[in-house]
Design a protein around this ligand. Structure first.
Ligand SMILES: CCCCCCCCCCCCCCCC(=O)SCCNC(=O)CCNC(=O)[C@H](O)C(C)(C)COP(=O)(O)OP(=O)(O)OC[C@H]1O[C@@H](n2cnc3c(N)ncnc32)[C@H](O)[C@@H]1OP(=O)(O)O
Length: 216
């Protein structure tokens, strides 16, 4: 069991703790508890929040835990193991770094049209998948353009797969592609992304740029 760079808390404990907070958000959305029970629960939640807030990271997780060239993903809103707002996606990456995928089942927290995923959340997941593939393929960059075709409504509480694959690189620009499919192979949304190695990285010394390929 690996340990957090922030102290004696294991990664597994962070994951489990964050999942409990995520479960609370889902339950808070769907509970039929009455006014008294909600008031009692609110007081308890506020007490826990105050206790945990007594010692916390200032600002954002990434600001606090990243180095100029090494990005901490623990606060990431799609994959972050400490982010209760993250699904979270767990990507598997092909050995050559040219393809990645994750299986997931989105619940009630991600609703747009009733019973279906919000289009903005779909875009967010595809941005992460395509951007992470850009990095894993050895061509990291920030999203300069993301184009999405929504082909079919994406049902909640249904197993889905998100996939991304490498297309091409021209200088500092890398294009990747991807889609979200149902278990029977129906494509719900497909995307093309352009990722650009930003000028502030291009201007770093070569040894620092090499470190920019690292990601935790
Ligand atoms: C460590 C390294 C970073 C990697 C980090 C990894 C993060 C680890 C997490 C991984 C997964 C995260 C996945 C989520 C990914 C986000 O969510 S990123 C957040 C959303 N994106 C942003 O905030 C980006 C905001 N935009 C920018 O910062 C800048 O506009 C850009 C995109 C970096 C480009 O700026 P620039 O480096 O100054 O580019 P510039 O020199 O003007 O142009 C270079 C070339 O690109 C072209 N270009 C520039 N913009 C565009 C555009 N929008 N459309 C088409 N072409 C364009 C130019 O025409 C030029 O082309 P050529 O003349 O060379 O042919």
């Amino acid at each position: 069991m690996s340990e957090s760079p922030q102290g004696d808390v294991s990664v597994a404990l962070y994951e489990s703790f964050t999942q409990s907070v995520r479960d609370l958000a889902d339950t808070a959305l769907r509970t039929n508890a009455g006014a008294d029970e909600l008031a009692r629960a609110q007081a308890e939640i506020e007490a826990i929040t105050a206790r945990l807030a007594a010692d916390q990271i200032p600002g954002t997780h990434g600001e606090h835990c990243s180095t100029p060239t090494g990005v901490s993903g623990w606060g990431n809103t799609v994959v972050g193991i400490r982010n209760a707002a993250a699904m979270p996606l767990r990507f598997s990456v092909a050995g050559d770094g040219m393809r990645l995928w994750a299986d997931f089942t989105p619940g009630a927290l991600y609703e747009g049209p009733p019973g279906h995923m919000h289009g903005g959340v779909i875009a967010m997941l595809l941005d992460q998948a395509l951007g992470e593939l850009s990095m894993r393929s050895g061509h990291p960059g920030l999203t300069a353009n993301l184009s999405i075709d929504y082909k079919a409504p994406t049902k909640l509480n249904t197993p889905l797969r998100i996939e991304a694959w490498y297309d091409r690189t021209e200088g500092v620009k890398t294009w990747t592609r991807g889609h979200i499919t149902t278990a029977d192979g129906t494509v719900c949304a497909e995307a093309t992304g352009l990722f650009i190695l930003p000028r502030w990285v291009r201007d770093l010394p070569p040894e620092e740029v090499a470190k920019a390929h690292q990601h935790d």
